[in-house]
Ligand binder design. Structure first.
Ligand SMILES: [Zn+2]
Length: 439
């Protein structure tokens, strides 16, 4: 393949600071965007005619659980704590390297085919190397880390000793952080304060600072969780994180539904990142996160599908649409316009992960992470506002091509890096293994 690719005649949604949207060309040199303009002459570059497509920044999902994709449609209609104890934790403890590999491939296949090019993944307690191997093979850009669990009533297979959990995390960081030319980064991932000792949280926070990476966890998702925290720490989630020295812009907190005034102030003061998961919050009956309030206060919000068993898809278009719609009955139809939801799924996601100089928008010098959306579909024409089209009427299967780091990952809807046929033929036997596991 020639080093340079010239994308011609695309409808380019840049998400640069002026929100430029125009018909033009993008010249890609190796992994980065070398030029964007209304007309770039061809020369001897490989040319790709994109006149039938909207080209948007590759989507970024800041909260995903690839290890749970194999549990899709196996854990429905339960509250968070029951859902975890009765279904998710036993299933996660049942994973062997083979089932985990399949789960990871299945999740990545869905994400990539629907235009997501970067994720922050919460891994699982065991066999995390398998997830990294598959992330690298798939071509996706990712932050990931093993889940850490060292406190409370947890199935045997997931219960860890504090020092083992930390040692294993550091081993994984040393092995995988910065791999695939920096496309893969390590992110420390204690599951939530409920299943973590203070020592684990504090030491992990110190390590995340030392290695200049992220601290990824769940917070304030469910009222039962809040009660457990109150009983144990005598205070609330965000106060616990602040007290343990974790508050900072590398602290990435999934959910943040139930926060009091003081906690919101802590988020703002320390530039803590909120990872909003609207489908998951609705399906587990957890609540509606007060995102318009956060945005008004200047709190940073990005978006993620969470895991397949609490969604049950990993589709960014559903998440954007819901992020916008669920606020409107409460706050009025002008709240959360389409542009705001699109921003949370692109440039805000990049900022949450600290990689906004590399991705999140289509600009000269950035990585060529691009999603090509079919322009003319009966369910999405006509349009005036391009963001409305993307957020309110586009479907995941309108994504036709996906490029990451200048490489084609999906072409004509075909995933080039993962063997889908192999996934289909292995699903049934592996789900049976998970379901029949005795713990
Ligand atoms: Zn989650």
């Amino acid at each position: 393949m020639p080093d340079k690719i010239l994308i011609k005649n695309a409808h380019i949604v840049t998400m640069n600071s002026s929100l430029d949207f125009f018909k033009g060309d993008i010249l890609i040199n190796s992994s980065r965007i070398e030029n964007i303009s209304e007309n770039i002459p061809g020369n001897e570059n490989e040319e790709f005619d994109a006149q039938d497509f909207l080209v948007v920044p590759g989507f970024i999902q800041t909260h995903i659980h690839l290890c749970q994709t194999l549990f899709r449609n196996l854990a429905d209609d339960l509250l968070l704590l029951d859902w975890l104890k009765e279904k998710i934790w036993p299933y996660e403890s049942a994973h062997n390297p083979e089932t985990l590999r399949l789960s990871t491939q299945l999740g990545l296949a869905e994400l990539l085919k629907s235009g997501t090019t970067t994720i922050l993944d919460m891994g699982t307690v065991n066999h995390q190397d398998v997830i990294f191997e598959e992330l690298i093979k798939s071509g996706i850009r990712a932050f990931a880390g093993k889940t850490m669990m060292d406190y409370g009533a947890i199935p045997d297979g997931l219960q860890e000793k504090t020092h083992n959990s930390i040692d294993e995390s550091v081993r994984l960081l040393k092995k995988w952080d910065g791999s695939a030319d920096g496309r893969i980064r390590y992110a420390f991932a204690p599951r939530f304060a409920v299943s973590s000792t203070e020592e684990l949280l504090r030491e992990t926070g110190r390590l995340a600072h030392e290695h200049k990476t992220l601290f990824h966890t769940h917070s304030s998702e469910n009222l039962g969780e809040l009660e457990l925290i109150k009983k144990r720490f005598g205070t609330r989630n965000i106060n616990v994180f602040e007290k343990l020295g974790l508050a900072g812009k590398n602290l990435c907190l999934a959910h943040c539904i139930w926060l009091d005034e003081e906690e919101k102030q802590i988020l703002k003061d320390h530039d803590i990142r909120v990872l909003h998961c609207p489908s998951s919050n609705l399906k587990l009956g957890s609540g509606i996160a007060p995102i318009p309030d956060y945005l008004k206060r200047g709190i940073h919000v990005s978006i993620g599908a969470d895991g397949a068993p609490c969604n049950n898809n990993l589709d960014i278009f559903t998440e954007m649409r819901l992020a916008a719609l669920i606020q409107k009955p409460v706050h009025g139809p002008q709240t959360m316009p389409a542009l705001e939801a699109f921003k949370m799924a692109t440039i805000n996601g990049a900022e949450a992960l600290g990689i906004e100089n590399d991705t999140g928008s289509i600009e000269i010098g950035k990585k060529a992470d691009l999603t090509f959306i079919k322009l003319n579909q009966v369910h999405s024409i006509p349009f005036d506002n391009v963001y409305s089209k993307i957020v309110y009427s586009t479907h995941a299967h309108d994504v036709e091509h996906v490029m990451i780091d200048g490489n084609w990952i999906v072409k004509d809807k075909k995933l080039l890096t993962i063997d889908e046929e192999q996934i289909f033929s292995n699903i049934e036997s592996n789900v049976k293994r998970i379901q029949s596991y005795k713990y």
